[in-house]
Ligand binder design. Structure first.
Ligand SMILES: [Zn+2]
Length: 157
């Protein structure tokens, strides 16, 4: 704290330009906390989060934050929220989208084999499947699998 006239102003140094920021959320939160000279307890207190929550983040158990949590944490660490956001990862969502991609390819294969009795990935209802014929850019005939759900907006093209 520094005393300026009647007001106490919290002295916060900007992040040094030459500082190499840690590449993961866990390490970056730790790094910024150290830089701000705060203990886990201090940080938890100023974020109004349980200490265990800060520990989860620093141990890498939590790898992404909600918008509110990010803002609160960034404010406590006196940085822009984007400095945290840029190192957040959502492994769960990545896996989900990868899984879906694999399922869509499977469906495509099955339709091209001539099956039409498939279920919608999203709702389990009947899919209307068809094979469309076309030509690739070199004029060779190719087949496309098409499908749409009779009940929900699912569509394969
Ligand atoms: Zn459906």
């Amino acid at each position: 704290m520094i005393y300026t006239g009647k007001n106490f102003v919290k002295q916060v140094k900007p992040i040094p330009q030459n500082l190499e920021l840690a590449p993961t959320l866990a390490r970056r939160v730790f790094q910024l906390r150290e830089l701000r000279n705060m203990t886990v307890k201090d940080l938890a207190k100023s974020c109004r989060m349980p200490i265990g929550r800060i520990e989860d983040i620093e141990y890498g158990l939590e790898t992404w934050l909600s918008t509110t949590d990010r803002q609160v944490l960034a404010k406590a660490l006196v940085v822009e929220p984007v400095l945290l956001q840029e190192v957040e990862t959502r492994p769960q969502l990545l896996n989900e989208s990868l899984e879906r991609e694999i399922k869509l390819r499977e469906i495509t294969e099955i339709i091209l084999q001539g099956r039409t009795d498939l279920e919608c990935l999203d709702c389990g209802h009947t899919l209307k499947c068809s094979i469309q014929h076309g030509y690739d850019i070199e004029g060779r005939p190719i087949q496309f699998a098409k499908a749409f759900c009779l009940k929900c907006p699912f569509i394969l093209r």
